[in-house]
Design a protein around this ligand. Sequence first.
Ligand SMILES: *Cc1c(COP(=O)(O)O)cnc(C)c1O
Length: 234
Amino acid sequence: MSPISQNLQAVQARIAAVTQSALRDPQTVRLLAVSKTFGPEAVIEAAEAGQRAFGENYLQEAVDKMAAIKAIRPDLSLEWHFIGPIQSNKTRPIAEHFDWVHSVDREKIAQRLSEQRPPHLPPLNICLQVNISGEDTKSGVAPEEVAALAKAVAGLPRLQLRGLMAIPEPAENEARQREPFSKLRLLQEQLNKEGLALDTLSMGMSADMDAAIAEGATIVRVGTAIFGQRTYAR
Ligand SMILES: *Cc1c(COP(=O)(O)O)cnc(C)c1O
């Protein structure tokens, strides 16, 4: 077995174990394989091991990778999630090439994605990125502004608002890791009480996925634990 498929099995086993101890159905947690900085071969290897959903942060890298994969393996049907920061002049390729966007934090970006989503494609699935740890350097909408943004996005015709996403600052132990994830879940519950129908909590990465699953994550975004350490010399 290749290292990538072994790693995928280990991560899936981890999801199964943590959902079980949290008394959750393992089917309610989806694994998003974050393939940024890794080439088309790595994605194909993961896809051959049964992985279907892939996350990318850098637009040009992602679009090139998708084209390369299509050329080598036109038979593969993959689902692509954009999880990186979005520049407002780069929304069109995102609207054209992705199935999900996890990092929407401004109404203007959402409006552009809706306008630019090609009519032959289904609505683009959207998560709002929330600045849950309150860091000034991180992107994400402030928790007190999420409701207004969510209502605006829910009204856009070519988008399907699915839920919330967060990247909390690193914490030293699992109890500490759980705090921001719990806040994000409460925020989602609040929005649903206000009449929205959010079914997605995109939270948890290689280092904190256990804490995120325990707090209700429905998508975990895992890179390093599947593909190995990244080198940023791109
Ligand atoms: C890189 C990245 C991940 C994956 O992180 P790992 O620590 O490698 O699992 C998840 N989410 C986002 C938004 C990322 O940028």
